[in-house]
Ligand binder design. Structure first.
Ligand code: PHB
Length: 396
């Protein structure tokens, strides 16, 4: 049924006269992976978004509501991602886009955000140059340079020879490049490098090559989820630990939601990352307790769940600041000034120059805490750390 124009005017006038703000529903397009080999990672994003919405959905100005619209990108699939983003922008008229585990998907949709002036907040996709593609892109997750470069610097003080094994797509290449720079600048030598298929589940051939090269350490990046467990198993099955080869990497290789599935082979693994479910900051304890209450005692949130939580917090912040009347340019201004001292990962803020996240990076070791494997934070190796790649590669 269509409202007659006169009736509509009357309703608007009545709302204005009574001082009631017209109800605003803000649509948020959320793209993640619900099917295919990346579904375990996608599930982390889904859980983080839904937990935030459940616990904070009502904390908006009177009359303002959000309507999340979830879509399945089926994995690292740029064409599917583009179709989804187009549909969300054109048909659903979303005012925000967020999500994406996978860098190739985020890269593919970034130009659309500029054409349509619809801001996209990356909740995970970490490809280092992503925010440079469009002024309507910002990121709350991380870059691989943020973890791998300080880890390379740290490793150079402990080891002389390292072997790198990374997943063969942009974040993997960036992890390799960043670790290599940190390690070599500190005097270390890279004795071999391997790139594994993005959806690899058999890491034995790669680990065998590492074993044969006899490095003191293997630096690894894989895209978390079940692959992290598969790679840990290959490290254990070939007895690399007994061969004196230390396993180190980004936090993706010991992701918290999979850690219990990795078994004691993970003990002693050293990583640098921005989030550990075992961290004892009060905001993290509250987050982990809420997560377990919602999804089960046995399940730990991983860093992707935290990325989704923080992406939604940033979106809620800019909705509140604009009292529900969203202007894309004002939104980007507000995003550039966003700070949250109480993310589960510690204090975070958006770097106004790059629209990328600034956060602490922690050196962690897998240990047993109360009978459970945990990424125990040993020290903060970088505080409110900007993406170092962008510092080394300033725009011309
Ligand atoms: C990415 O595609 O940017 C990505 C995916 C999985 C990770 C990290 C980064 O664990």
């Amino acid at each position: 049924m269509r409202l007659k124009t006169s009736t509509l005017f009357a309703a608007v006038a009545l709302a204005a006269a009574s001082g009631l703000a017209a109800a605003q529903t803000i649509k948020i397009g959320i793209m993640t992976t619900y099917s295919g080999p990346g579904a375990a990672q996608g599930d982390q994003l889904d859980k983080g978004f839904k937990l935030y919405l459940k616990l904070n959905g009502s904390k908006l100005p009177p009359g303002v509501k959000v309507e999340p619209i979830f879509r399945d990108d089926t994995g690292a699939n740029p064409d599917a991602a583009k179709r989804l983003a187009q549909e969300l922008i054109v048909r659903e008229k979303v005012q925000f886009l967020t999500g994406f585990v996978w860098t190739p998907n985020a890269m593919a949709i970034a130009p659309l955000t500029a054409e349509a002036k619809v801001p996209y907040i990356s909740a995970n996709a970490a490809g280092v140059s992503l925010p440079r593609i469009s002024p309507y892109v910002a990121r709350v997750s991380f870059t691989l340079w943020q973890s791998s470069y300080p880890l390379g610097q740290w490793a150079a003080k402990k080891f002389k020879r390292a072997y790198t094994v990374v997943s063969d797509f942009a974040p993997g290449h960036e992890a390799e490049e960043a670790f290599t720079k940190g390690f070599k600048d500190g005097g270390g030598e890279i004795v071999g490098s391997a790139r594994t298929p993005m959806t690899a589940t058999d890491f034995i051939p790669y680990m065998q090559r590492v074993k044969d090269a006899k490095p003191e350490a293997i630096f690894a990046f894989n895209p978390a989820g079940k692959q992290a467990t598969a790679q840990m198993k290959a490290y254990a099955d070939l007895d690399l630990h007994k061969a004196g080869i230390k396993y180190i990497g980004t936090g993706d290789i010991t992701t918290d939601e999979e850690l219990q599935n990795m078994g004691d082979a993970a003990l002693g693994v050293i990583t640098v990352h921005h989030y550990s479910a075992a961290a004892d900051r009060p905001a993290n304890k509250a987050f982990v307790a809420a997560y377990k209450k919602e999804y089960g005692e046995k399940l730990n949130p991983g860093f992707m769940a935290v990325g989704a939580w923080d992406a939604m917090d940033l979106i809620f912040h800019v909705i509140r600041e604009q009292k529900g009347k969203i202007d894309p340019d004002r939104t980007m201004q507000l995003i550039k000034n966003y700070k949250n001292p109480n993310s589960p990962r510690g204090p975070i803020q958006i770097d106004p120059d790059t629209r990328d996240i600034m956060q602490n990076e922690y050196l962690r070791e897998v240990r047993k805490v109360g009978g459970q494997l945990a990424n125990v934070e040993l020290e903060t190796v970088a505080t409110q750390y900007k993406d170092p790649w962008k510092e080394f590669n300033k725009p011309k």
